[in-house]
Design a protein around this ligand. Structure first.
Ligand SMILES: Cc1cc2nc3c(=O)[nH]c(=O)nc-3n(C[C@H](O)[C@H](O)[C@H](O)COP(=O)(O)O)c2cc1C
Length: 244
């Protein structure tokens, strides 16, 4: 137990100066990992990029009202609200000189993160798990098993609590390890935190709330998202729903 604790502490305090001497894949000129995950199972949904019915709030208001929400009003999220959450949380803002810039900071612009959502109750979208195609602002269906709601809730260790949407922040480790080798897991974890914080504050704008979830079943969640759980796995989840 003590060994395990110490070993894990060590994993999040690598010495940055070691990186200068390290022969990273980047320094070895190995092929670069793919920038984005693209899945096309036939059902792709274009999300909105303009948000006419969303009444903005000040950042201070959003920070002041943010609390983890664990009980939700029984009201669907609108298509516009879902589009807005994804737009502010996970979109690619622009690509310049082959470098990806998102709404959140990413370690050395390596952008190892992907976002999946479970749609439980959103107007105009069938329930299921979707990949957010971050460079196109689209959703692509990944999993619509018959009893998907139960599978999701079980993988969340019964913390779905009737939320309208679940966000899954996953990371493709080779993207960050390419440049930062064994520093990658620490950097990816920090990045997931940035995404979840954007989500928490954006949820406040639409009179909703989020609850960050780290206590989930790792294997069941990766399986649900159809990712391999080895070099691409879930790091953080968040339920989102309307305030009562
Ligand atoms: C890394 C992390 C993991 C968390 N995991 C869970 C979780 O699995 N389930 C849950 O209900 N809340 C979870 N939370 C929410 C915290 O319990 C919550 O932020 C804390 O109680 C403070 O409340 P507040 O968010 O309302 O300020 C998590 C928060 C963080 C930062």
């Amino acid at each position: 137990m003590k060994d395990r604790i110490e070993q894990n502490r060590k994993a999040i305090r690598p010495s940055w100066s070691d990186l200068y001497d390290l022969k990273t894949y980047k320094k070895m000129n190995k092929p670069k990992p793919e920038k984005f995950l693209h899945i096309d199972n036939g059902l792709t949904i274009d999300l909105l990029k303009e948000f006419k019915d969303i009444k903005q709030k000040s950042l201070s208001e959003c920070i002041a009202s943010r609390r983890s929400l664990r009980a939700f009003k029984d009201q669907s999220l609108t298509f516009e609200e879902l589009s807005y959450l994804l737009w502010e949380t996970s979109r690619v803002d622009h690509i310049e000189n082959d470098i990806v810039y998102k709404t959140i900071p990413t370690a050395g612009a390596t952008n190892s993160g992907e976002t999946f959502v479970f749609i439980n109750d959103v107007e105009k979208i069938e329930s299921g798990v979707y990949l957010y195609i971050q460079d196109k602002h689209q959703l692509s269906l990944v999993n619509d098993d018959d009893n998907i709601n139960e599978i999701v809730n079980k993988a969340l260790l019964r913390q779905l609590r009737g939320a309208q949407v679940v966000f899954y922040f996953t990371h493709v480790l080779p993207r960050v390890e390419y440049k930062y080798a064994y520093f990658g897991p620490k950097l990816a974890t920090l990045e997931a935190g940035h995404a979840c914080q954007n989500l928490s504050l954006t949820a406040e704008v639409i009179d909703a709330g989020a609850c960050a979830i780290a206590a989930y079943n790792q294997e069941e969640t990766d399986h649900l998202l159809k990712i391999n759980g080895a070099d691409h796995f879930t790091i953080y989840c968040a339920t989102v729903g309307k305030k009562k």
